[in-house]
Structure formats: structure tokens, C-alpha cells
Design a protein around this ligand. Structure first.
Ligand code: GLN
Length: 193
């Protein structure tokens, strides 16, 4: 199982470490060839405006959308969640439009730089200690979007088919459960090939 982490900008090495610890082969990818050679892809946190512009400029967005349409699992964290959503509230920014939701950027207030919360997650027996960094929330969810976790501020973890997105950063910590959950989705994709 080979999983790529999109290495345009942002928290790349943290995801690679977590994926390796969770038992996958993990590598940084930044070209169409790189993306076409993996079985799953993580879009890391960072600055969604920058990552969005660069993937458009290099037409990597088209490659990601093609692979997604063929069933490849993709997981976006924070800025990655913003890029995966259909619309961004108040911003006319291109997105990958793979999750039928509107995201609100910096939804916890500009003064809240980061926060940690013990988050209840659907299917997890024990809460997940989640770190949020200038995080978005999702709203106006389409009927195919499954909510895996939400806070009073809004929805923070969703799944739509082969696409997963969280507004928090599971790569900043020691708990491998979210990465393992994603790898299970990658495994079932590979079993269907
Ligand atoms: N606030 C950033 C954005 O809008 C996301 C922050 C993050 O990825 N940690 O792109």
C-alpha cells in the first residue's frame, strides 16, 4: 500500500511519519506522475489559497480529480479539507469540489490560533485528542456527506465515498487511529481493483 502526501506546501513530513508508523509505504508527491503512482493521497494542512493556486497552475488538480473519480481514496486535513470542498464561504477560490459542502475558513475566530479538544468521533470508542490550527468547519452538507464528528462551531470530520476530510490535524500527535482509518479505506479500494 503506497500513500502519497501532496508536497506543495504545509505539514508534509508529519503525515509521512504517521503513515509509516501505521504500516504504509509513504512518500511526498508533487507531480502528475507521482500522484498517478500512489494508491491513496493526503492533502496536508497549510495555506489553502497557496496550495490551490499552485495545483491549478501545474494542472495537478485535474490529475487528483481523475484519480478520485476512479475511486482512489483522498484525505484532506485543514487546508486540505478546504481544497476538497465544493465552495468556500466568502472566497472565490478554485477547489477540487470532491465533497459536497461549503467550508468556512478560520471558523474558530481569527484570535484563536490553535486549540486542542478531546473529540468524539463516530465509530471510535475513545475520544481523539485533536489539534486545530486556524481551522475551518463544514456546513451546508449534501446528502452523500457523512458526518464523523462535529463541535458547536460546526462539522469537523466528514466522509463522502472515497473522500475523507478533517478540519483538525491528526498528524500532530501520537494517535494513529485516524491514519489507520484512512488506510483501511485505501485497503478496501485496492481489494476492489
Ligand atoms: N487557515 C488556513 C487556510 O485557510 C488553514 C490552516 C491549516 O491548514 N492549518 O488555508
Amino acid at each position: 500500500m503506497k500513500v502519497g502526501v501532496l508536497a506543495i506546501q504545509g505539514a508534509v513530513s508529519e503525515h509521512i511519519n504517521m503513515l509509516k508508523r501505521a504500516g504504509a509505504e509513504a512518500l511526498a508527491v508533487k507531480t502528475a506522475e507521482g500522484i498517478n503512482a500512489v494508491d491513496g493521497l493526503i492533502l496536508p494542512g497549510g495555506e489553502s489559497t497557496t496550495i490551490g493556486r499552485l495545483i491549478r497552475l501545474h494542472t495537478i488538480d485535474d490529475v487528483i480529480k481523475e484519480r478520485a473519480a476512479k475511486g482512489m481514496p483522498i484525505y484532506g486535513t485543514c487546508a486540505g479539507m478546504i481544497l476538497l470542498s465544493k465552495d468556500i464561504n466568502g472566497f472565490n477560490q478554485p477547489t477540487l469540489d470532491l465533497i459536497d459542502a461549503t467550508v468556512i475558513r478560520n471558523a474558530f475566530g481569527r484570535q484563536v490560533d490553535s486549540m486542542e479538544v478531546d473529540l468524539a468521533i463516530k465509530g471510535f470508542d475513545v475520544p481523539f485528542h485533536a489539534t486545530f490550527v486556524r481551522a475551518p468547519v463544514a456546513e451546508r452538507l449534501g446528502k452523500d456527506v457523512e458526518v464523523l464528528s462535529e463541535l458547536p462551531e460546526g462539522v469537523v470530520f466528514v466522509k463522502q465515498g472515497n473522500i475523507l476530510a478533517s478540519s483538525f490535524h491528526p498528524e500532530l500527535g501520537n494517535d494513529l487511529r485516524i491514519h489507520k482509518y484512512f488506510l483501511d479505506i485505501v485497503k478496501s479500494f485496492l481489494n476492489k481493483q
